[in-house]
Every structure is written in C-alpha cells, then in structure tokens.
Design a protein around this ligand. Structure first.
Ligand code: SAM
Length: 261
C-alpha cells in the first residue's frame, strides 16, 4: 500500500503504539452483538482489533483516500463505511443501543461532542481519545479554571471519567499535546431535570460568555435580583462558581416565569 500522508485539516495523527492500541480497545470492552461506530478510523489502528472481536462494526470517515483503503481492506459484511462528515452524520440511523468510539479529530472536538450529545438517548456509552486539555474541561469541577460551558453542558447529560493519558509518542505524526481517554455514559433521561434544554444552553452560554463578569451582569436578560434571592444564588458570583444543578434550577425558574430572553 502507498504511504498516506497525514492531513492536518482532518486532524490526522495516527496511533502507532501497539500497547496503547490494546489498552484503548480493552477499555472499550467490545462484545459480540454490540453495535459500535468508530468516528475517524483513519488507517484502522483501532478498527482492526475491534472488527476482530466484534465481527462487524460501523465507521464514519471523511477522507476519501482513507475510505478507499478501508474498502480494499474490509468486506461490507465486516465493516459498514459511512462516508462523510461526522458533524453532520445522523447517529440515530444506526439504531439503539449504540456504542460510539474514536480517536477524534482534535480540530472539531467541541462541536462534535455537542453534536453527539444530541443522540445521547440512543447511546449506551462513548469512549474517546481527545486532547487532555479538553478532557480536563469536560470533567472539571465548579470553581476551577477549566470549568466552563463544555463542563456544564456535558455533565448535565453524561457521567464522565478520564481513564488514562496517552503521550504524543504513541502517534505518527506526534501531536504537540498529550491526549486522554474519556468515557461518557448518558444519564437516565429522568435524572436530567431541565424543562427546556435549549433555554438551559442559552443561560449557560451567557454565564460563561464573559467569564470575568458577575452573574448579575451576564444573566440580566434572564433573571433579576428577586429571582437570585428566590433561587438562593449570590448574583455577585461568576459563572464558574455554580454547579450543574444551580444552572438547571435557574433555567427551570426562568421557564416557569415565561421569560424568553
Ligand atoms: N482512528 C485513527 C487512529 O487512531 O490512528 C485516526 C485518528 S485521527 C486523530 C482522526 C481521524 O478522523 C482521521 O482518520 C480523519 O480523516 C478523520 N476525520 C477528520 N475529520 C472528520 C470528520 N469531520 N468526520 C469524520 N471523520 C473525520
């Protein structure tokens, strides 16, 4: 096979360390009968051992050269290849329960995580490799520097755990940063609690839009001093001090008042 040159615009860094590949596949724990989709199979570093254990799986890949290689390598009975952009892919078409895995293209990781969150109801779990810095933001606790919109919106929907780190040397070409493996398990729908999730999203975006400003300023279009008092939230705080539950309470309070900022 001809050499494939890593394409920066598709965030291509290919896993090449067999011990790390084994460790990731073990962490996924694939079982015959699971419906698994891998985002960005690339040169099939993870796909190979996964297909080996599963018999069949799905992949979503955008790079035509890589798709051509995958078609040469696997029959459709073993691999269903969905050609195109994972950001636009309807994961709902693969049926439920679905397991999602991938060494994600880092340049689109945040929008991809938000896109995937919209399919949480049909998903059992997701295991991803991402930039460590992004994983630290996903699992961050209130009051820390890493805690922000990504933390609140993902923690609202998922239980998440950082499993282990992967050094740059495990890839070809080596990225500049350390990566981490994160597991995301959707919370049961009855535990979520926001009456209007779109409104929750807007409130969280406003609270973290200007990180240095207090809630009194950032949430002024949604709640006033009386509301803060009723909610027991200090308006002099900044957005990073509030828990996910605080944001859900604020959103439900606003929904009840019927305010649409
Ligand atoms: N899984 C391989 C590995 O671990 O060696 C490759 C990982 S590489 C970091 C990211 C992969 O995602 C590449 O194969 C790239 O072509 C693919 N990719 C990039 N953007 C994509 C998108 N928007 N939709 C689907 N695949 C994408």
């Amino acid at each position: 096979m001809t050499e494939h040159y890593a394409r920066k615009r598709f965030g291509q860094n290919f896993l090449s360390d067999p011990n790390i590949i084994r460790k990731i596949v073990d962490a996924i724990r694939p079982a015959v009968g699971d419906t698994i989709v891998e985002i960005g199979p690339g040169l099939a570093a993870m796909t190979d051992p996964l297909v080996e254990r599963l018999g069949h799986m799905h992949v979503v890949e955008i790079d035509r050269d890589l798709i051509a290689r995958l078609k040469e390598r696997y029959t459709p009975e073993r691999l269903t290849i969905h050609e195109g952009d994972a950001l636009k892919f309807d994961f709902g078409t693969l049926g439920a329960p679905l397991r999602v895995v991938g060494n994600l293209p880092y340049n689109i990781s945040t929008p991809l995580l938000f896109h995937l969150a919209s399919f949480a109801e049909s998903v059992t779990d997701m295991t991803f490799m991402l930039q460590k810095e992004v994983v630290m933001r996903m699992v961050a606790e209130p009051g820390t520097e890493e805690y922000g919109r990504l933390s609140v919106m993902l923690q609202y929907r998922f239980r998440m755990a950082r499993l282990f780190d992967v050094p740059p040397g495990a890839f070809r070409p080596a990225p500049k940063v350390t990566s981490s493996i994160v597991r995301m398990v959707p919370l049961p729908p009855e535990q979520l609690g926001a009456e209007d999730e779109e409104l929750l999203g807007r409130i969280v975006a406003a609270a973290f839009g200007q990180r240095r400003k207090t809630l009194r300023n950032t949430l002024r279009d949604f709640i006033d001093e009386q509301d803060f008092a009723a909610l027991g939230v200090d308006p002099g705080l900044r957005g990073e001090r509030l828990s996910v539950t605080d944001y859900v309470n604020i959103a439900n309070h606003v929904a009840k008042k019927g305010v649409s900022a």
